[in-house]
Design a protein around this ligand. Structure first.
Ligand code: 0A1
Ligand code: ZN
Length: 877
């Protein structure tokens, strides 16, 4: 393996380019096999640039056919082109036009970066460094230019020709060709460039902004899928309205286009005025999409739309600042979903995602700060830390400053930085200036990796009616960061009295305590509350007010008390989870079962189910035990995933077994004849009903038959798929038959095929690996489509902890062999699947050694991409 250390890029080395690109004129001649791109770049030296300093442009897999400056062809000695770019040796010391003509071959572009073909459609992906695969350019986010794009293509092959901005001309040409010209008036970095050419269907609509401007909306897709775009369109219009209302941001062009494509490395991309989407995040109809799919589509449509202000109008100075746009935009899409649906349910779901995706990253060999200061391959930094933890950091700002203070800061951000490529420092500064606060210490959240552990213990003195809370923070070292600074940690809290009502206090000393929040700034604080009439139970970290691991001296009874009385829905949910977590951890350690706590948890679950004041979606989340990976991380070392699996399953039986009759009654009552709609009410109802069904598969001998029955009679994909997952993951007696039916019933729908693949990959039985191998070895399996590959092998590596970490190492070897193979075609997919290994250092010795061997064998491969070798090098430390 090449180690490529010389390619490491450091934040401290940032310097602006010596040249600026003012405007870009592109002319694409699109045709099967070869596409020609003529680029005219209007360039000028920046102030201070040495006259004649070389101009180094990025370029990859381009064939240079012509090059000229101000119309005069360059002699060979005036430039140098190699595999990474083009250098003009002594350009003019004034504004000039560099013209290049290159040819590219989208047909063979399996990396799906730059211009490529997906089901015959030509489309682009330029973030972060794809534009250099289209033409020679200063391919970095701080080079902002206006773009004019002319495209010519065969009128039958590509009747639709789209690019960023507004359409300014179109027409027919000879030989069945036609052209279109698009102009984007907003200066933008090249990563936001996009172009689409193909034979596509569409749906259209309009939106009128608050100030009365009419915007034409369109969603383009494969012919025949138009009807499945309606939900995405509806979500788009709601997103546009929400951004006006909540952040005062209006859309700024006359058109907004979305295109759904089948081959895409990520979820979607926010190209200015022309978002390109993985089609799984656009298409929805009740028979083939689940409630979760509907919600995901709504969320991602919103996310990409919100980027228009947080990402496009204000972009990143360099890729180290990626979370400036991503963390902030995730925060915005989370708020959108909270406002549209249920805030507490959304918060719990987001924390579940954070804990299952980001916490393991932060606790393992790939840990990095939300704003890293070095990278070898930027594609490997589109991570849960940049996205989800980035959002948590913004959320803490909002928590600390209050809604009004946060909004003041955001208003100033838009006012001050519109049209700029900027930094985390500039972002923090607007909140400091708007609120007259110092965020110096807060910045640590951006600079340091690792999840702080916050430990709290309390004592009560009845005689003096004083209550003491002692609290401290500790962050374990992470790769490259042995020492950790103290962070500002907002701990939202309340005290609950013996009768279950909130309790007040007279005075408090020893720490920064606001009405409902402790702000911890030091390593530790000892707070004394006076005038506390009786011993309270503290409810801590309400709403998960900071992304930390919390350890307390609460007893199981305290937790059960909170589960019943806490006015904070998040902590009610958390309390039940904590009771279950302690019981599983105990069982894995081989301790005698705490029968009283098991009974009490069972009773609390029963009460939760019966409680009419809780909504169904909340109950669906509450009637569960923490997932196996969370248990593993809590144990922390020498983890045996099989033992955790067994212990968790036994506890599920012990807690929910006695409730089967009640669960069945509720299950029957929750059935509904109403026609399917993805409303919050219906979604919650189905979520609870399907949760009960899944619990019964584990806890009742009749569960498997119930799942099979639900599968067969379902009238929508949510119910059918929930039954298939329950049966398939547990690998019940009918699982194989149900899977076979599912495959036939939806033959020809690739997105449903992905669901089938994912269930196959997550089956808990020993036979799963050989079944996966058979699927993958089928010559008809689409080996280049990211969705298919991720659904099968990604689901195995990330979603089947027991079989992936098999003690004989077969799971590990299968994944590394897959990575080596896919890496030759699509390095991004390969590198991402490989991150499934991030838990390996935590495993018990036999599994750990097997994982290490598989990784070391992969490392012997000489030809790994930079993407994969970067992950591998960090993984092995
Ligand atoms: N900015 C997009 C994420 C994205 C990143 C890379 C891609 O291709 C390799 C595609 C999309 C977002 O946050 O949605
Ligand atoms: Zn984004």
């Amino acid at each position: 393996m090449r180690t490529d250390t010389e390619h490491t890029i450091y934040l401290k080395d940032y310097a602006p380019t010596p040249y600026r690109i003012v405007s870009v004129d592109l002319d694409f001649k699109i045709a099967p096999d070869t596409t020609r791109v003529r680029a005219q770049l209007t360039i000028e030296p920046r102030e201070g640039t040495e006259p004649g300093a070389p101009l180094a442009l990025d370029g990859e897999e381009l064939k240079l056919e012509e090059i000229a400056i101000d119309g005069a062809p360059l002699v060979l000695s005036a430039y140098a082109a190699d595999a990474t770019g083009l250098t003009v040796i002594a350009p003019p010391a004034r504004r000039f036009v560099l013209e290049t003509l290159v040819s590219i071959t989208p047909e063979t572009n399996t990396k799906l970066m730059g211009l490529y073909r997906s089901s015959d459609v030509w489309c682009t992906q330029c973030e972060p460094e794809g534009f250099r695969r289209i033409t020679y350019y200063l391919d970095r986010p701080d080079v902002l230019a206006t773009f004019k794009v002319r495209m010519t293509a065969d009128e039958t092959l590509a009747p639709v020709l789209l690019a960023n901005g507004n359409l300014v001309a179109r027409g027919s040409l000879d030989n069945g060709q036609h052209f279109a010209v698009w102009e984007d008036p907003f200066p933008k970095p090249a990563y936001l460039f996009a172009l689409v050419a193909g034979d596509l269907g569409s749906i259209t609509d309009t939106y009128t902004t608050g100030s009365g401007r009419k915007v034409d909306l369109a969603i383009y897709c494969a012919h025949g899928k138009e009807e499945q775009c309606a939900w995405a369109m509806d979500s788009l219009k709601r997103s546009m309205a929400w951004d006006e209302k909540r952040f005062g941001r209006e859309y700024d062009l006359d058109v907004f286009n979305i295109v759904a494509v089948s081959d895409f490395n990520f979820g979607a991309m926010e190209n200015k005025g022309l978002n390109i989407f993985n089609d799984r995040l656009v298409f929805a109809k009740p028979e083939t999409a689940t409630d979760a799919d509907y919600e995901n589509i709504e969320r991602v449509i919103a996310h990409e739309y919100f980027h228009n202000w947080t990402g496009n109008r204000i972009t990143c100075r360099d890729w180290f600042q990626l979370c400036l746009k991503e963390g902030l935009t995730v925060y915005r899409d989370q708020e959108f979903t909270s406002d549209e649906r249920s805030r507490s349910v959304k918060r719990i779901s987001d924390v579940l995602t954070l804990r299952s995706a980001q916490f393991p990253e932060d606790a393992g060999p790939l840990a990095h700060p939300p704003r890293p200061d070095q990278y070898r391959e930027i594609n490997n930094f589109y991570t849960p830390t940049v996205y989800e933890k980035g959002a948590e950091v913004v959320r803490m700002l909002a928590t600390l400053l209050g809604e009004a203070g946060f909004r003041k800061g955001m208003d100033l951000y838009f006012e001050r930085h519109d049209g700029e490529a900027t930094t985390i420092e500039a972002f923090l500064k607007v909140f400091e200036d708007a609120n007259e606060v110092d965020l110096g210490q807060f910045k640590t959240w951006y600079l340091e990796a690792g999840t702080p552990k916050v430990t709290v213990s309390d004592t009560y003195d009845a005689e003096s009616q004083t209550y003491r809370l002692s609290i401290n923070q500790e962050t374990a070292p992470t790769p490259g960061q042995p020492e950790k600074a103290d962070r500002v940690i907002p701990v939202a809290f309340g005290l609950i009295g013996p009768n279950g009502s909130p309790m007040g206090w007279k005075g408090v000393s020893g720490g920064e305590v606001r009405e409902d929040m402790i702000v911890l700034r030091d390593k530790s604080a000892e707070m004394t509350f006076t005038g506390v009439a009786s011993k309270p139970v503290p409810s801590l970290l309400r709403g998960f007010s900071a992304p930390v691991n919390l350890a307390t001296n609460l007893t199981q009874n305290d937790r059960l008390f909170l589960a019943q009385h806490d006015s904070d829905p998040f902590n009610r949910w958390q309390a039940l989870q904590d009771v279950g977590l302690a019981l599983i951890v105990d069982a894995v350690a081989g301790n005698e079962a705490d029968e009283a706590a098991i009974l009490a948890l069972s009773a609390a679950m029963s009460d939760t189910l019966a409680n009419n004041s809780l909504d169904d979606a909340f109950k669906a989340l509450a009637l569960n035990l923490p997932d196996e990976q969370l248990v593993g991380r809590t144990i922390g070392k020498d983890v045996d995933p099989a033992a955790i699996h067994t212990a968790r399953k036994a506890l599920l039986k012990a807690v929910f077994g006695p409730l089967v009759d009640r669960m069945y009654t509720a299950y029957a009552t929750l059935a509904s004849e109403a026609p399917y709609a993805p409303t919050t009410e219906q979604t919650g109802r189905r979520a609870l009903r399907n949760r009960l069904m899944a619990l019964m598969v584990t806890a009742s001998p009749n569960g498997p038959a119930l799942a099979a029955d639900q599968y067969r009679h379902a009238t929508n994909m949510t119910d059918r798929f929930a039954a298939l997952v329950a049966a398939g993951v547990a690998w019940t007696a009918d699982a194989a038959a149900l899977l076979a039916d599912f495959r036939l019933r939806f033959a020809g729908d690739p997105l449903v095929f992905d669901k089938w693949l994912a269930v196959n990959a997550r089956a808990e039985d020993e036979g799963v690996l050989s079944r996966i191998e058979i699927i993958l070895d089928d010559p008809a399996f689409p080996k280049n489509n990211p969705n298919r590959l991720r659904s099968l092998v990604g689901s195995f590596a990330m979603g089947n902890p027991v079989q992936f970490t098999r003690a004989d190492g077969a799971g590990f070897r299968f994944v590394t062999q897959f990575v080596a193979d896919v890496d030759t075609r699509n390095p991004q997919v390969a590198a991402r699947v490989l991150t499934g290994f991030r838990i390996w250092p935590m495993l018990e010795a036999t599994r750990r050694e097997a994982a290490r061997e598989a990784l070391v064998t992969l490392k012997e491969n000489e030809n790994l991409s930079r993407n994969t070798s970067d992950i591998l090098a960090r993984m092995l430390g």
